[in-house]
Design a protein around this ligand. Structure first.
Ligand code: SF4
Length: 239
């Protein structure tokens, strides 16, 4: 007879030390835990190997990993700041491994933040243990239908944690205007909590989009970020 399953998570990759590439922590030393699975299908997704079975062999890409192993590997990187990314990591909040990993890390003095696409409401356990939610709602250019990518109650619940910042991928001034409409006008999110980020997986594309969005973003009261890891390492995985 087999005993209860060990707490585990579906993991894509664990890497670090590196630096946070985006948003309010840009440039800070950190390690990453990238989880598998996503509920959206953005056309320009830069981590499609975590969810897109039509283009990637997910059985080779994703591993069910025990919580103790996940915590041990992250502690071994020696950095006391971990960003949980994906895919959409909050889809795994219901797994016993989720709480076990968060407790293991925070109990060892590690600050843990999560990146989310804003379509999944955080559980009480996530709100208690995570230091910050980096919420990245997707705009029309993602190619995903609005009813799938904008979840009002989830955005409201994330904003209500008091721990959320918002990061929106944009390519041009129209995207910045759409971000204002969706976040500030429709959902009451203060502009000062929003970072606008250029889309791109190479320096030239990032620079072109950044030049197009910087002025309208500042005019709208938003913050602006680039993607530092792309400038440093291109679209290399695990950086
Ligand atoms: S939400 Fe993020 S991980 Fe999911 S498809 Fe869109 S860009 Fe990729």
């Amino acid at each position: 007879m087999s005993g209860p399953a060990r707490p585990s998570l579906v993991v894509s990759e664990i890497f670090g030390p590196t630096v946070s590439g985006e948003g309010p922590t840009l440039g800070q030393r950190c390690s990453f835990l990238r989880l598998g699975g996503c509920n959206l299908t953005c056309t320009w997704c830069d981590s499609a190997w975590t969810w897109d079975a039509s283009r990637h062999d997910l059985r080779a890409e994703l591993t069910r990993m025990g919580a103790e192993t996940v915590v041990g590997r992250l502690l071994d990187t020696g950095v006391r700041f971990v960003i949980v990314s994906g895919g959409e990591p909050l889809l795994q909040q219901g797994y016993p491994g989720w709480g076990a990993v968060l407790r293991g890390l925070t109990g060892a003095g590690v600050r843990v933040e999560v990146e989310t696409n804003g379509t999944v409401e955080p559980t009480g356990e996530s709100v208690r243990l995570l230091a910050r939610f980096i919420v990245s709602p997707k705009l029309g250019h993602s190619g995903v239908a609005r009813e799938r990518r904008i979840n009002g109650p989830a955005l409201k619940a994330l904003a209500a944690t008091g721990k959320a910042v918002f990061k929106v991928v944009c390519r041009d001034a129209d995207d910045v205007a759409e971000a204002e409409e969706e976040l500030v006008a429709a959902h009451g999110i203060p502009a000062r909590r929003v970072w606008v980020m250029p889309e791109g997986t190479d320096s030239a594309t990032l620079s072109r989009h950044l030049a197009a969005i910087a002025d309208p973003a500042v005019a709208a009261g938003f913050n602006v970020t680039t993607r530092l890891h792309v400038h440093a390492w291109g679209d290399e995985r695990g950086r």
